[in-house]
Each structure stands twice: as C-alpha cells, then as structure tokens.
Design a protein around this ligand. Sequence first.
Ligand SMILES: Nc1ncnc2c1ncn2[C@@H]1O[C@H](COP(=O)(O)OP(=O)(O)OP(=O)(O)O)[C@@H](O)[C@H]1O
Length: 310
Amino acid sequence: MTQEESSHIHADDVWRRYGRGKNAFDAVRGVSFTVRPGQLFALLGTNGAGKTSTVELLEGLAVPHRGRIRLFGGLDPVADRDRIRPRTGAMLQEGGFISHLTVAESVEMWVRLTSRSRPVAEAIELVGLSHRADVMVQNLSGGERRRLDLAVATLSHPDVLFLDEPTAGMDAEGRHATWRLIRSMQERGTTILLTTHYLEEAEALADQLAIMHRGRIAASGTVSEIVADHSSTLSFGLPDKWTVHDLPVSGTAEERGRRVTIRTGQLQQDATRLLAWAEGHDVTLDRFTARPASLEEAFISIASQEGEAE
Ligand SMILES: Nc1ncnc2c1ncn2[C@@H]1O[C@H](COP(=O)(O)OP(=O)(O)OP(=O)(O)O)[C@@H](O)[C@H]1O
C-alpha cells in the first residue's frame, strides 16, 4: 500500500496561488505531508505562513495551483466532495452563523443538517457554552464564538476533523477544555489536523507537526525530532578560581557574571563530562541545569534562519 493509500490526509507538492500575472502570489509553495488514521497533525507557523491557505485546500474550498491532495486514501477534496463531506468536520469560516439566532438555535440548525449528530444540549455543554445558550451569536465574545465553531465542527463523530486555530482568543480555561475535547475526539479514532499559533498547544496535542514559514514547511516530525536539531543548554555558576576555558565541553560557552551557559548538540555527553570534571576538581556547579531546546526556541530559530535565507 502506498503512503497515500494508507493515509487519511495526503498532500504532495501542493501550491496555492492568489492573483494572476504580475500580481500573482504563491502563499503555499510545495507543501507535502501525510497524516495517518487516528493521528493528530499540527500545522504551526508565523503570521501569513500559509496555514489557513493550506487547510482550505484540504477542505476542498479551493483547488491547488499545483500538486495533489487526497483524503481517505484516494479521494479528491473537490471532485469527491459529496463522499468526503459526511466523514469530515470543520470549523466554520466567518459568516457560518446567522447573527440574530441564539447559540442553541444555531446549533439546532446544524444538528438538523448533520447525520449521526450529538444532541444540541450535549454539544453546547461540551464546549462550555451552556450558560450562554440563549444569547444571540452577535453578542458572543471572540472566544465564545470560537467555542460555538468548535461545537459545530464536533457535532458528529467525523473520521477527519480540520481545526483552524481552534483556541484563538480563548481564555486558559477554555483552551484546556478544548484540548480535552480534542483528545476525546482523538481517542474515538478521529484523525485531526489543526493549525495553531500556540506552541504549547502543539506540544500538548500533536503526534506529528510541521512548522510553516513563507509558504513552505521548514521543519517537520515529532516535537523531539524537531528540537533535536537545535542546541540544548547547560547552565551553572562557576567558582571564581575557574574560567570557561577550563571546562571539558564541546559546545560554545558564554560567561555572564559568574553564570556560564553552554549551548551544545551533545547534551548528555557534555553534561556527563562536566559533572565528572566538577567531581574530580571538587567544584560545586551552582544551580546546575541541563535542558533540551524547547519547541519555542526551535520555532524562533527556524523563522529567523529562513528569514535570513530570503
Ligand atoms: N485572498 C487572498 N489574496 C491574496 N493574498 C492572500 C489571500 N489570502 C491570503 N493571502 C496571503 O497569503 C499568505 C498566507 O495567508 P494565510 O492566511 O494562509 O496564512 P496563515 O499562516 O493562516 O496566517 P495567520 O497565522 O496570520 O492566520 C499571506 O501572506 C496572506 O496575506
């Protein structure tokens, strides 16, 4: 079986172009990835990186300028829309609700259009909007509106769920409740593709992630795989008698005050050597810490490197 056939979402060298002639702009430039059934794939990126443009292609709302997208092992998002639709859920774009209907009435309307839907009250409860059920959509806050979008996206138990910035504008409690809902969808076997600006959201939820920058995927893999390419940090205070030149480490050392920071691609080896050296020389390394790169550091470094390259 090919990667495409065994996947729920497959994008191969996908391009999206806005405008024509000298006004043409390629917002998505040769993006490829595969999401296997049951996986949660997070698309991260800087502002304007092309995340929404990509998700719209996956949802069949636009046709790629170049390249190929297949859902469920071989269906085309546009040509096979009728077969795909009952099996997918998506957060609505702007204008998906009638502003003078209440939350309950809006969900009711979508429940009628959805096969195998949860009951209205359950859908509203799941996204924490029960106390706002009788409020008109036009009077919801940004975060509450996002919760309503999410209620509709998760009405049925879709095989594939597209979530474009599902927690944008939500408070911390809303974000965590949304994460719980997303995890429960995943436990039921739903394949999920989400875009987010929140690195901790990707870290908390994603099996695989891709970092987009200026239309391209700059890095992809698990969180560990992505951060592995970036420097880890050793940090400690060094007694006056010693300088960084005495230390047996391979990474680059920087001394500020008496505090030393070492950036290294070999965290375990350098930490082991350093601690053995300290033991042998009877040195106390004050407040010693050793930590791998965070996703945030990897993200910032990718974004700035790519920026320099262009
Ligand atoms: N209809 C359009 N016409 C022309 N350019 C567009 C259009 N829609 C989006 N773009 C441009 O395409 C690029 C990618 O936009 P997109 O909304 O996909 O990015 P994004 O990664 O979702 O950004 P953000 O994180 O800021 O929401 C941006 O430079 C944007 O200005």
